[in-house]
Design a protein around this ligand. Structure first.
Ligand code: C5P
Length: 229
């Protein structure tokens, strides 16, 4: 796959399903139906508030990876402790807001290092949220936040497809790009503002693309996933 920065990427872009549902049984239904076509499931604030760690354990047992998208934003010590708890849950990746600032980000990075050493686990990827894709923003703002996050030691960032190209061009270090706001066609947007299609995301150099409603609300979710893959 050709990446936006002109390099030939070795990693294939991975599809993540955002499990934005209102019950454990619905989450189980989608995981059972779509794994192993989908290998990473995103647990966000709605599902985690409802089910807690038991939904994470369920996805684990199934053999899939977990993207814990709780978008941490607090004082450095609180975020370091939350990251420690997430590491104990053996999640593959987790989010925190880059706008929480340098001290908060470095505390999170330090916390992962400690847990990896203590628990002998694979480090969860720390993914910084730049500007939510439901907001309009200036590209420069996303670039500034992404630079701060990567310089503080984060493994990757969340941004829209439009900004992914810019980040690949201007940030020369290796880092992961996660793009939500993906729609199967140009017409449907829901509450998202900076949307793109899966093809555009791949061309822009995204490593992970996140889809929620286009799959969750489809008549035949498995068919949509097969077509996407
Ligand atoms: O349903 P939809 O495909 O819009 O879901 C997008 C998912 O990605 C949601 O779970 C949302 O929380 C998440 N997300 C986002 N924008 C970000 C970060 C995460 O839409 N910047």
């Amino acid at each position: 796959m050709k990446r936006a920065n002109g390099q030939t990427g070795k990693r294939a872009t991975q599809l993540i399903l955002a499990l934005d549902v209102d019950s454990f049984s619905k989450a189980k239904y989608f995981v059972n139906k779509l794994y192993p076509k989908i290998k990473i499931f995103k647990v966000g604030i709605q599902l985690f508030t409802l089910c807690g760690p038991k939904i994470v354990e369920f996805i684990h047992k199934k053999g899939a990876g977990i993207f814990l998208d709780l978008k941490f934003f607090d004082i450095p010590n609180a975020v370091a402790c939350a990251v420690r708890s997430a590491a104990h849950l053996r999640v593959k990746m987790l989010t925190l807001h880059i706008s929480g600032g340098e001290k908060m980000l470095k505390a999170a990075v330090g916390s992962v290092k400690k847990q990896v050493h203590r628990l002998k686990i694979k480090p969860p990827l720390l993914i910084g949220v730049t500007v939510l894709t439901s907001k309009e923003t200036k590209e420069g703002e996303v670039l500034k936040l992404a630079r701060l996050g990567i310089n503080c030691g984060l493994d990757g960032v969340v941004c829209s497809v439009k900004e992914a190209v810019l980040l690949r061009r201007h940030i020369k270090k290796g880092f992961f790009i996660v793009t939500p706001g993906i729609r199967l066609n140009k017409i449907s947007q829901d509450d998202q503002k900076r949307t793109a299609t899966p093809g555009e995301a791949i061309k822009a150099g995204a490593d992970f693309i996140v889809l929620g409603r286009p799959i969750l609300e489809a008549k035949d979710p498995l068919r949509v996933v097969k077509e996407l893959i």
